[in-house]
Design a protein around this ligand. Structure first.
Ligand code: COI
Length: 360
């Protein structure tokens, strides 16, 4: 079923002003954005319009009580110049899992996908044609009630923004295992991609930075014993000939890049374990030389090599130049996303002008 999506085009694109070889992450937005409102239990007013500021009531419920969730996805350019979406339906599922946890309405798959495809096709000239760069897609949903009582909002806004981006981390990262602050506990909102989780990570990240570290590696909130994830990514360890990553247990974000990696590794016959992993066992493996590689995985970061791990008074240094699995995964994921490798998992969707009801 085709949705009624109104399209208001800008008079003149800004794309020619962009230096695609020098794009800072998160600062450059494309010409258009998608907006839809949830009012009286229904989605309405679906519009793609020129990128512009919003006008927000000072009593906006999201500003005060944090009903706000988001996704991070990427698109690349096909050989024909069309947008290639990567695992978009997984992101629909995840935003709706976050919505359920945060007591927000789900975004219908049709609204998300049709809106996204039309928007990304309209702004397809913004997809960087530069190796390692992509179009970052930021779908998000927030409360819009103008009311200061604490209850679930009755109205919401769903939006999609597009940003051409380069690498999130330009060099290997140093991680500090966090011993004072926690990100999430069982029964909390750690699995939801909700804004407050990121706000709560800022002070620990700032303190880690002051000590020379790029990110914190979160430990579980009960015993400070089990590894959870890293500031903006899931985490993987190569120990001997096994590849380990914490199992998602309700407190860890179910990363889609994490899931892609698990599929790729299993497909290639690697020995993979998803299970509770203690910080002690990783530090011990670091001391004996069994710890071969550590890397983070996320949509924005793709694969980020880790060059240092600190826990209490111990430091493990890793030579990222010797890593073999992390670069193989980066190349495979980028190859799949850009269709330079065959899409054996059926993860890639090309958006063309021939889609039904799709004229823009
Ligand atoms: C992503 O990897 O897309 C994220 O959402 C992490 C971050 C940039 C907040």
């Amino acid at each position: 079923m085709a949705l009624d999506i109104r399209i208001e085009k800008i008079a003149k694109s800004r794309v020619d002003e962009i230096d695609f070889h020098n794009i800072p992450f998160g600062k450059v937005f494309t010409d258009h954005m998608l907006e839809a409102d949830y009012v009286d239990g229904k989605w309405t007013n679906v519009v793609i319009r020129p990128f512009a500021n919003l006008s927000i009531h000072p009593g906006n419920a999201a500003l005060h009580y944090g009903q706000s969730i988001f996704e991070g996805m990427k698109a690349n350019r096909s050989a024909d110049g069309n947008p290639l979406l990567f695992r978009a339906h997984k992101h629909v599922d995840r935003i709706n899992a976050s919505a359920r946890r945060m007591c927000m309405p789900e975004v219908p798959e049709e609204l998300f996908m049709e809106g996204l495809k039309k928007l990304v096709y309209l702004d397809k000239n913004w997809i960087p044609d530069v190796a390692g760069c992509s179009l970052y897609i930021r779908p998000f949903l927030f409360a819009t009630d103008e009311f200061l009582g604490v209850r679930a909002s009755e109205t919401y806004k769903f939006m999609i923004l597009l940003l051409p981006v380069g690498a999130y981390y330009s060099a290997p990262v140093k991680l500090k295992a966090e011993e004072k602050y926690v990100r999430a506990v069982q029964g909390g909102v750690g699995e939801a991609k909700t804004s407050g989780n990121y706000a709560a990570s800022l002070l620990p990240a700032q303190e880690a930075k002051a000590q020379g570290y790029d990110q914190v590696m979160w430990l579980d909130g009960k015993e400070f014993k089990y590894i959870q994830e890293v500031g903006t990514m899931n985490i993987f360890f190569v120990v001997g000939n096994k590849i380990l990553t914490p199992e998602t247990d309700g407190a860890i974000l179910k990363g889609i890049t994490r899931d892609s990696i698990l599929h790729i590794l299993k497909d290639k016959g690697y020995d993979v374990e998803t299970r509770p992993i203690t910080i002690e066992e990783i530090m011990q493996a670091g001391k004996t030389g069994e710890l071969k590689e550590v890397f983070g995985a996320g949509t924005a970061a793709v694969i980020a090599y880790v060059s240092e791990l600190k826990y209490k008074n111990d430091i493990i240094n890793l030579d990222a130049k010797q890593f073999q699995i992390a670069p193989m995964l980066y190349d495979t994921i980028q190859g799949l996303k850009t269709q330079t490798l065959p899409d054996k998992f059926g993860w890639v969707e090309e958006v063309t002008a021939d889609e039904p009801n799709f004229a823009v």
